[in-house]
Design a protein around this ligand. Structure first.
Ligand code: NAG
Ligand code: NAG
Ligand code: NAG
Ligand code: NAG
Length: 492
């Protein structure tokens, strides 16, 4: 009898343990690649830096470290010399390629999972050479445990999009977390950024070389928006070229917590380390769950923002706007564009010091150039403007002095576009508007999404909701990266 009880208790305890995810310590590296005259020297130097960061991370008991896209090579037009053949997931720890060997050794030597991006070369059946942007994950024994070829390319004419049905893109760590892998623009496309979530993934590693476009496509806005909307922990490592608006990294929690983030106009690399807190699997909590996004103050950097030279993508000719009279303090208003409507309720604590300052509300449905020109997307947003001139809206390098009591935005989104929407928020410090809640309810076959902040937000540049249509796309777009190549050529 007593033995039976013990068994029962043990069984119960073991079952519970299975369902309690542990906390773990993660690192992401915002990385400024070193560019030298030869391919070998460039990659060797960057590899040496990577190894240094891996060792440094080990000193802080980091269990997984993520490096950005294009970190080992810099953004290169001609991938030929940089691309290497990469084996599939397997037990080997001996690699023909010296670079892979070095990464594997560093993972094994330090006992850390290492996530990195490389240019991959594949000789196909017809003896043709194909190039991919590939993320690789080494486990702490130096084996490759995941491999992902980027599906949604930017203007990367030499690269081939990865197969839409890849099956080595998730991995389970010895600390009990199932991770998914993708990169950069993928975060705006349902395959893989949504589809991967059907594979029991609770955390995502995300090497990126994101080129920020203000006000709606800023790196940190995009990262935190994805984490919050999908209830996923996201480890985002960004390439660092702030003079062209590339940069912004973070460790984002499924409940909206910013465990760590980094945004700076000062070019340079930065190691971010944070404990990713055990959250219950947020995705099973069901509709209507509130997520409060908040900032963990110890670990965060936003500085030298004047020289963070983000581009703008603000097609104001195409959007519908209304101006809020914020000296009325409490305003509820709706704005519609082609039948798509957004409701805003805004309460102001005190009106702007600068009498020129204006806040507008906007709605838009239609294509968004930087996401490819074909699909229809939707945006609702409150937007801060330095003056009544609409071209001054949505800039970060202006003073906005209005202090709000509460901002709420809501809209209805057809429930077939399942969950593929996210909050968008930005302050003049180029960070999201923290302490906001993001929530949805299903009513009358529509999904009503609410984004709310009642914690007296200030410095608000943008606050809203974006829906991106959920279809696979391999669209090459024009804006992303073209300017980067130019600057790269000029300055690096
Ligand atoms: C690449 O560079 C490293 C040092 O930077 C050197 O030791 C190695 O021999 C070089 N390899 C090739 C193939 O040139
Ligand atoms: C493949 O191409 C290489 C050169 O690009 C050539 O040396 C080799 O013979 C070719 N192999 C086949 C099977 O055609
Ligand atoms: C804004 O509201 C204030 C207070 O209600 C009012 O005095 C002012 O005329 C309004 N301004 C505009 C442009 O409607
Ligand atoms: C905010 O403004 C709305 C009207 O637009 C009003 O109904 C509501 O009570 C106000 N809330 C607060 C907290 O002031």
């Amino acid at each position: 009898m007593a033995v039976g009880k013990v068994h029962l208790v043990c069984f119960f305890v073991l079952t519970v343990i299975q369902y309690v995810k542990g906390d773990y310590i993660a690192a992401v590296v915002e990385y400024q690649p070193i560019i030298l005259s030869s391919v070998n020297e460039t990659v060797e130097q960057n590899l040496a830096q990577y190894v240094w960061y891996i060792e440094k991370a080990k000193e802080s008991y980091v269990q997984i470290i993520v490096f950005p896209e294009y970190g080992l090579t810099g953004i290169v037009n001609d991938t030929t010399g940089y691309a290497i053949q990469i084996p599939n997931v397997g037990n080997d720890t001996d690699f023909e390629n010296y670079w892979l060997q070095k990464l594997s050794n560093a993972a094994r030597g330090n006992g850390i999972y290492v996530v990195t991006n490389l240019l991959e070369k594949v000789i196909d059946e017809s003896n043709k050479t194909l190039y991919y942007s590939t993320n690789l994950v080494f486990d702490k024994n130096g084996k490759i445990v995941a491999k992902y070829r980027k599906i949604n390319l930017s203007s990367e004419p030499q690269l081939t999009p990865g197969n839409p049905d890849q099956n080595q893109t998730t991995f389970i760590t010895d600390f009990g977390i199932t991770f998914g892998v993708f990169s950069s623009q993928d975060i705006f496309f349902s395959n893989p950024s949504k589809t991967i979530l059907s594979k029991n993934v609770t955390d995502v590693v995300y090497p990126t070389s994101w080129s920020s476009f203000l006000p709606y496509f800023h790196s940190l806005t995009t990262q935190s928006g994805y984490a919050i909307a999908n209830r996923i922990n996201l480890l985002a490592a960004g390439l660092d070229i702030p003079e062209v608006g590339i940069g912004g990294s973070g460790i984002w929690g499924a409940d909206g917590t910013a465990f760590a983030y980094y945004i700076s106009g000062n070019a340079g690399s930065k190691l971010l380390i944070a404990t990713v807190k055990n959250t219950p699997d947020m995705r099973v909590l069901g509709e209507g769950t509130k997520l409060r996004g908040f900032e963990n103050l110890d670990n965060n950097v936003a500085n030298h923002l004047d020289t963070y030279n983000a581009s703008r993508f603000f097609d104001y000719d195409k959007y519908s706007f209304k101006t809020l009279n914020i000296s009325r303090l409490n305003v509820s208003k709706e704005v519609c564009h082609k039948g798509f409507c957004c409701q805003f309720s805004v309460n102001v604590s005190y009106a702007p010091v600068n009498s020129e300052e204006v806040y507008r509300i906007m709605a838009y449905t239609g294509p968004i150039g930087i996401l490819g020109s074909k699909k229809t997307h939707k945006i609702c947003s409150l937007i801060g403007c330095a003056t009544s001139d609409i071209s001054t809206c949505g800039k970060h390098n202006v003073g906005l002095t209005t202090k709000f009591k509460r901002i709420s935005v809501n809209t209805s989104i057809s429930s077939d576009s399942y969950s593929f929407y996210r909050p968008i928020s930005l302050t003049t410090n180029l960070v999201p508007v923290f302490n906001s809640t993001f929530n949805f309810v299903i009513a009358n076959h529509a999904r009503k999404v609410v984004y709310l902040n009642d914690q007296e937000p200030s410095d608000v540049v943008a606050f809203g909701i974006m829906e991106t249509s959920s279809a696979v796309s391999n669209t090459f777009n024009i804006v992303f990266f073209t300017c980067i190549y130019v600057f790269h050529r000029l300055f690096l």
